[in-house]
Design a binder for this molecule. Structure first.
Ligand code: 13P
Ligand code: SF4
Length: 308
């Protein structure tokens, strides 16, 4: 393992690469990264990378976004099959047909799209949001327009509650956040009296309503930082986030909220990236995310939404 880590560090220098890693990657990958972050922070970091190569340890839509924002760089994804249940739930053709149907029915709307979507879907959108900036972007949508929010119905529901804007919701969900067990959360709360429950807004309403704080992964870190004295946090998001919380704020204790069929809830797509694949992709320069025609329009939407 030490050899593998050293090999990756050596290759990273030799190939003039920058490694970006999402908080849902295993700790040993996050440890090797030049930048770790939530989707928003990583997209912004990708736009500023100066080395020839970006290795994106995350899922496909994240690497695609990095390519859009920094097109002259070679963008590598250790496993090209690292997808996302949210992105899969919203094929571009289906969205386009739905938009046409709404227009034919005289509905005036703007499409607000969660970043967890393909470039082709982003290209059909007016705005792209992340968990870190969604409220702010929704406030930019003119009030005389309806909002079509895709693809995460739980995040959409949550945003309706906090912004007071009714939305037409696409029926997608994250397979990780959707399966937290309310019963086990309530059990855990009994076992950890005084614990603070923090939940990602991709969680369904029945988890959110038992939570003390709702926010994306970056917002969770910010919240935890505000507690100077050691506390217990019950964490309802992908389990690797606990590694990041633990390494930045070791004074606290963190308890994963279990999933319906698992003690700690990990994303199977993120898990496809391993140290071995990271080494291999640095060594071979593949698999690479190549520029696709729809990236040009998607890029405009992403830049307007995330960089300005
Ligand atoms: P954030 O890290 O942006 O909150 O996103 C969570 C997620 O599900 C990424 O796939
Ligand atoms: Fe997609 Fe959920 Fe995995 Fe994030 S955690 S990549 S939203 S499936």
């Amino acid at each position: 393992m030490l050899d593998l880590v050293q090999e990756i560090q050596h290759l990273k220098k030799e190939k003039n690469a920058t490694i970006l890693a999402h908080y849902y990657q295993e700790g040993d990958i996050q440890d090797l990264a030049d930048f770790t972050g939530d989707s928003l922070k990583l997209a912004r970091a990708a736009a500023r990378v100066e080395t020839e190569t970006i290795v994106f340890c995350g899922v496909h839509f994240m690497a695609e976004t990095a390519k859009m924002l920094n097109p002259r760089k070679r963008v590598l994804l250790p496993d090209l099959k690292a997808g996302c249940s949210l992105a899969e739930s919203c094929p571009a053709k289906k969205l386009q047909r739905y938009q046409e149907m709404l227009r034919e029915n005289g509905r005036r709307f703007q499409t607000v799209t969660y970043i967890n979507s393909t470039a082709a879907v982003k290209a059909l959108s007016d705005w792209v949001v992340t968990s870190g900036n969604a409220e702010e972007i929704i406030r930019r949508v003119p009030v005389d327009n309806e909002i079509l929010f895709v693809p995460d119905r739980h995040l959409g529901q949550y945003l309706q509650e906090v912004t007071g804007r009714p939305m037409i919701l696409w029926d997608g969900a994250c397979i990780v956040h959707e399966i937290f067990s309310v019963r086990d959360l309530l059990e855990l709360k009994k076992k950890v009296p005084g614990g603070i429950t923090i939940a990602h807004p991709e969680c369904p309403a029945n988890i959110r309503e038992h939570s003390d704080f709702i926010g994306g992964t970056e917002a969770m870190l910010k919240l935890v930082a505000e507690y100077a004295e050691p506390r217990d946090f019950l964490v309802a998001t992908e389990a690797n986030m606990l590694w990041q919380l633990q390494s930045k704020f070791p004074r606290h204790r963190y308890h994963p909220v279990p999933g319906i069929s698992c003690a700690c809830n990990k994303c199977p797509h993120m898990a496809l990236n391993t140290l071995e694949k990271l080494r291999d992709c640095l060594a071979s320069g593949t698999p690479e995310i190549t520029w696709e025609p729809e990236f040009a329009r998607a890029r405009e939407v992403v830049e307007r939404s995330l960089l300005n």
